[in-house]
Design a protein around this ligand. Sequence first.
Ligand SMILES: Nc1ncnc2c1ncn2[C@@H]1O[C@H](COP(=O)(O)OP(=O)(O)OP(=O)(O)O)[C@@H](O)[C@H]1O
Ligand SMILES: [Mg+2]
Length: 367
Amino acid sequence: MSEPRSEPRDTARIFYANIIDSVGDGVLALDAAGLVTLMNPAAEEITGVSRRQAVGNPFAAVFRGEQLLTEMVEKTATTGMTISDHENVVLKKAGHTTPVSATTSPLLLESGERVGTILVLRDLGNIRDLERAVRQADRLSALGTLAVGLAHEIKNPLGGIKGAAQLLEQELPEESELRDYTRVMIKEVRRVNRIVEELLELASPRKLELGRVNIHKILGDILVLQKRAAGREITFRQQFDPSIPPILADEALLTQLFLNLIKNAVEAVGELGTVQVASRVVSDYSMSHNWERRSRMVAVEVSDDGPGMVKEQLEHLFTPFFTTKAKGTGLGLAICQKIVSEHRGMIKVDSDPGHGTTFTVMLPLIQ
Ligand SMILES: Nc1ncnc2c1ncn2[C@@H]1O[C@H](COP(=O)(O)OP(=O)(O)OP(=O)(O)O)[C@@H](O)[C@H]1O
Ligand SMILES: [Mg+2]
C-alpha cells in the first residue's frame, strides 16, 4: 500500500512542527482551558517532564511544584499580558535545580482572539556556569599580575636566607642543639619557595605537552601511592569504565590535577572513611544547545564521605589562598581549575554538609 499523498495543509503542519521541534529553547503551548497541547524536545529536556506525561493534561497539575511558572501562565491566561522573568525561575528536576529564563505570551488567532498561552523556557545553567568561570578568570588574572611581581621579589631574598641558614648549619658543631633551629629555617624556606612557585605557575600561561594519556593509569598510580601513605582505616574504591580510550591531554598536569583532588578527599575523611574515584563517559553533556554538536566527555568523580562543605565555603573554593587547613596553601583547587580550563573541560563540586563531597572533572574525549 502506498503512503497517502500529503495534502498542502499537512505539509505546512509538518513544516511548522519541525521548526518548533528544532528550536533550542523549550516551547510549550496550552489551550484556553490550561491543558498542554504541545511540547518540544528542548522543553522535555529542560523540565525533565516528557511530552507523554504533559500533553493533554492541565499545566498546573503537571508542574505542580513550579509555583512561579504556574503563576506566570495563569496571569497571561487571564490578562493576555506577556510576562518575562530572566532571574528568578528555578526548575526542580530529579533532585537538581536548573535556573531558567521564562516568558509567557498569549496564543492569538489572526482575528486577535486569545486561544491559549505559549511558554518559552531557556536553560541558563550553562550560562551561569560560564559567568562564574569568567568572574573567576578575571579574579585570577588580576591576582596573576600582582603575584608574578611579588613572587619574583620574594624569590631572591629567600635564596639568601636559605644560603645563610645552610652556612650557619655548617659552622655549628654536629651535636649543637642550635642545628634544630637552622633545620626549621631551611624547611620553612623550602615551604615558602614551593608556595611562590605554585603561585607563579598559576599566574603564568604555558603550553600544554599533549599526548595520548591513559587516565585510568594515572588514577590507579595515585591511588596506590595514597593508599600506602594513608591510615589503614581509609577505604579506597575505584570504579573505572573500561571503554574509555586514551585521551589527548598533558599527562603531568592531569596527574597534578587528580593528585590534588584525591589528596583533598583523603584529608577530608581524616582517620576513617571512604574515598572513591569513578570514571564514565558522558555522551549527552553539551555546552551548546545545538543537538548535533554534542561532544562526548570523560567524567572523573572524586568522592569522599568527609564532613562536606557549607555554602560559604563552596563559594570561595577555587579562590587562591582559600584554605581551612593549618598547613594548606589554598592553591590546590585554583591550580586544578586552571588545568581543567587549559584542557577545555569543566570542574564542579557537589557537597552536602555532614555527608561528603564529590568533585567532578569533565574532559573532552579527544583521542
Ligand atoms: N573534599 C573536600 N572536602 C571538604 N572540604 C574540602 C574538600 N576539598 C577542598 N576542601 C576545602 O577547600 C579548601 C581549599 O582546598 P585547596 O585544595 O585549594 O587548598 P588546601 O587543600 O587547603 O591546601 P593545599 O591544597 O595547598 O594543600 C580546603 O582548605 C578545604 O576547606
Ligand atoms: Mg588541597
